[in-house]
Design a protein around this ligand. Structure first.
Ligand code: UDP
Ligand code: MG
Length: 309
């Protein structure tokens, strides 16, 4: 019988864990597979760890957990879970039941058929989410897919089941700044996407503010594209051509009507400010990339484990 590893990142999820486990167990009974859970406590400040300890005591051969020394973020938690997992198939799911466990049997069927290496899930609507947030998300997918060669599927969740071969490929991508949505797509393999309707959180609150999402989006773009760096080249080119044309106009005007007055100082000030602003902006963009290189070259571990059971 094949083994299925279930990886569950948890950050301040004391209310969700007691709901999650029975909900998944109910579905798992139908599966023809041995199950192994890897919960990852991502430095929670509530009783998440106690809940996990309790679950481990009750089902010690099936439920395992890793506890981080602090909050390292969901991406790090996923990486830790994937590293710890031993199953032939591995599924990654959120603990808040926004990733419907009822999809597990279908996902497993697709992998067992041997036709696919990965089964991903895609939200087809964003019911219950703020309109502005949905709008920004859509724009993000639009932009990143235009400027990056790695395809990022709109609405795709991290909820996915993979074969061991694909998991090993994902683990071989050991970069510090992990944008999983991109990495899953970058490693290739044949992926089947299942659509489902958005489900609201079972308990607790999401930790993602608009700002955090915006930072996440920018990180994603910078992890999978260097297009922002070329922006400076193109803008510089356009302004060089414009200034050359401007020069021509001045020279021609000098000969045609030497008496014409010079342009005012205010337009000059605006041009200087504009160019100064653009230069700072582009230095900033270059700086962000250098920052990423800096973090990567430090070669720090992606997470620190305090406890593992
Ligand atoms: N999570 C985590 N570390 C964090 C933030 C979130 O491990 O720093 C976990 C969280 O416990 C949940 C999953 O990642 O299981 C998704 O988080 P959330 O529900 O807040 O995000 P959303 O579903 O809104 O994308
Ligand atoms: Mg959620």
């Amino acid at each position: 019988m094949k083994t299925l590893s279930i990886i569950v990142p948890c950050y301040n999820e004391q209310e969700s864990i007691p709901l999650f486990y029975p909900a998944v167990e109910k579905i798992i009974e139908q599966l023809n597979a041995k199950i192994e859970y890897w919960f990852v406590n991502d430095g929670s400040s509530d009783h998440t760890l106690d809940e996990l300890e309790e679950l481990h005591e009750e089902h010690s051969d099936e439920v395992h957990f890793i506890s981080f020394s602090r909050n390292f973020g969901k991406e790090a938690a996923l990486y830790a879970g994937l590293q710890a997992s031993t199953g032939d198939y591995v599924v990654v799911m959120d603990v808040d039941l926004q990733d419907p466990p009822s999809m597990l049997p279908t996902m497993l069927d697709y992998l067992e058929s041997g036709e696919y290496d990965c089964v991903g899930t895609r939200r087809v609507d964003r019911k219950g989410e703020k309109r502005f947030k949905s709008f920004l998300s859509n724009e993000f997918y639009h932009v990143i897919n235009r400027i990056s060669k790695t395809e990022i599927i709109p609405g795709a969740r991290d909820y996915r089941m993979m074969t061991r071969q694909m998991v090993n490929a994902v683990l071989s991508v050991s970069e510090y700044d992990r944008f999983s949505k991109g990495i899953f797509s970058w490693v290739g393999f044949k992926t089947k996407y299942l659509d489902y309707h958005n489900v609201e959180r079972a308990a607790g609150e999401t930790d993602w503010s608009i700002w955090k999402l915006a930072r996440y989006a920018l990180d994603g773009i910078m992890s999978f594209s260097d297009a922002p760096l070329s922006l400076a080249i193109w803008t510089g080119l356009v302004f060089s051509i414009l200034s050359f044309l401007g020069l021509l106009v001045i020279v021609v005007r000098h000969f045609v009507s030497p008496a014409a007055s010079a342009f005012g100082w205010s337009s000059l000030a605006c041009i200087i400010l504009l160019m100064g602003g653009l230069q700072l902006l582009f230095i900033g963009i270059v700086g962000k990339y250098i920052g990423k290189i800096y973090m990567q070259t430090k070669n720090r571990p992606i997470y620190i484990v305090q406890e593992k059971k």
